[in-house]
Design a protein around this ligand. Sequence first.
Ligand code: ADP
Ligand code: MG
Length: 401
Amino acid sequence: MSDGDTQPGSAIATDAAETATTAAEPAIVFDRVGVSYGRGRKTTVALTDFTLRVAAGETVALLGPSGSGKSTALKALAGFVRPTSGAVRLAGRDVTGLSPAKRGIGVVVQSYALFPHMRVHDNVAFGLQAHRVPRKEIGGRVAEALAMVGMAAYAERLPRELSGGQQQRVAIARALAIRPKVLLLDEPLAALDAQLRQSMLGELQELRKALPDTAMLYVTHDQAEALALADRIAVMRDARLVDIDTAENLWQRPPSDFTAAFLGGVNLLPCTVNRVSGTAALVTVGTFTLRAEAPDIPGGWGMDAPGVLCVRPHTVRVGATSERNAVRGIVVSTVWRGASTRLRLKVDGLRDEITADVPGRLDTAVGAIAGVRFPDPAGVLIPPIIGAAVTSAPDEPGIPK
Ligand code: ADP
Ligand code: MG
């Protein structure tokens, strides 16, 4: 780990924690947190120099491929793993050394983690007892939490008498019962089937509205969940936070090729930036000159600088070669995906294959010749990452590597 020069912020944080907890402090702060598992040659660095602030009432999604350190970040905040360096603070209070129960955080994990021998009511009450809530208050608090997730009628059931979605609702109720200021969810929908995932996503959106002061950290490898739920998305890769911004900004103007690829399976075409005027650029890709959107970047776009052109698959048109502005392409593969068909095409004059999503079902044979049309502007420019090869877009964004 190249953390030698980074002093953990805990010395400062302890002072702050002793004195005041001001309303201006973010609900959640990760201050240059590092986490390593194991010792010696078997050490895995799971989190490096991780800094993130989440305001009260804000939902931040931690999005990244499997193994990128998302759960480790969440566990460091919840107190299940001890940071090797750095500090975590809750509303200005340094909790780095505190036991999980003393942090007052609600946690929901993928596997529900309900006690199988306890009825729903007792599962939800368990956390309240651990938090020493007076006995006479517990019944009301359990009922309130179960009502929030629509499970009031199931208090006497055992977990095995519930569907997966219902079990996850109970797990959420259990986390909510302690009325946490901070709610952590680690892939809470990953164990559910696609249809249920969709309806639970809607319910989580409602829950967010019902908890306007709660800070949420939502771990997922699914870009659709992150876009649907998060105010901001923090993209993780190889134990590091690589990009963070509002969901909309990351989608519209991805700051890196990795984030672009992760948020929507795009065409990332190495290009030369010929000319920029305002936010419009002319770029050369292979033998083509195309117009592109050029977001403001620090230092600006240099003349003839290398860049990456991000072209969304659903904006690429595929038709007859005789159509205006069509370029010739050979169909390399077709996959019907229900509402659309995903084509891979080898286009004359381009080194990389192009991915196009066309509406409906397209039965084009592999090897067929098609006319490919790029939109105008063709896409958005992304700065090239010095020293990093351009990652090709995964076929399905969000599938763990
Ligand atoms: P994610 O949640 O993004 O899939 P994790 O935070 O679970 O990633 O894991 C990050 C890295 O740390 C991975 O390389 C993983 O194998 C490793 N790791 C996670 N937990 C442990 C552990 N208890 N012991 C050793 N290595 C671990
Ligand atoms: Mg995980």
